[in-house]
Design a protein around this ligand. Structure first.
Ligand code: GAR
Length: 207
């Protein structure tokens, strides 16, 4: 059984999707053993406690820079014996200390079809604002491995979702979460836990 540690910063609907998937047997070969939040008081922490999952808060605002913050998170992940680290709405970009400690062992869900609308500054509703401003007719979600390049690691799974004429950032976000993120994130986690993801020439392939 692989230990899955989930990093969160907010509401935690993706964390909930993982908890539900574990309960219903969709995630094979892994178990969520700890939730780490970058903020106190977020609803994701409530979801962890309601489901009997251990949580830790490592507040970003208590650290002077990204290096000291990354070290604190990396130390916690090592202490938790994480086999897989999942960024589920985790809003801090950590530096290479963590990617070196957990190479191809961290995945992130991003609410767009990478390489569109991604990278620094593209998070949460900003991603959907940018997609609507560009007038794209399809957006979606991507699950990818986390490397030192922000949103640039090997893509594991993607799912497209239609954009409607009267969408707002909020309605598009909701449709992408429901139709894409909450499905492909648990699926990618399950594939990882069954050792079914292979890296070749810097790209990820499902076996
Ligand atoms: C999700 O849409 C997730 O894809 C996005 O933030 C939201 C968090 O929601 N993540 C990013 O934008 C990261 N670049 P949640 O807390 O309800 O899972």
């Amino acid at each position: 059984m692989k230990n899955i540690v989930v990093l969160v910063s907010g509401g935690g609907t993706n964390l909930q999707a993982l908890i539900d998937a574990e309960r219903s047997g969709i995630i094979k070969g892994g178990k969520i053993t700890c939730v780490i939040s970058s903020k106190e008081g977020v609803y994701a922490l409530e979801r962890a406690s309601k489901n009997g999952i251990k949580s830790r808060v490592i507040p970003r605002k208590e650290y002077p820079d990204i290096a000291s913050y990354t070290k604190a998170v990396t130390d916690a992940l090592i202490a938790e014996k994480a086999d897989l680290v999942v960024y589920a709405g985790f809003m801090t970009i950590l530096d290479e200390q963590v990617t070196k400690a957990f190479p191809y062992k961290m995945m992130n869900v991003h609410p767009a079809l990478i390489p569109s609308f991604c990278g620094k500054g593209f998070y949460g509703l900003h991603v959907h604002e940018a997609a609507l401003a560009a007038g794209v007719k399809l957006s979606g979600a991507t699950v990818h491995f986390v490397t030192e390049v922000c949103d640039g690691g090997p893509i594991i799974l993607q799912k497209a979702v239609p954009v409607e004429n009267d969408d707002t950032p909020e309605t598009l976000q909701k449709r992408i979460m429901e139709q894409a993120e909450w499905k492909i994130l648990p699926e990618a986690v399950s594939l990882f836990c069954q050792d079914r993801i292979e890296i070749r020439d810097g790209k990820a392939y499902v076996k």
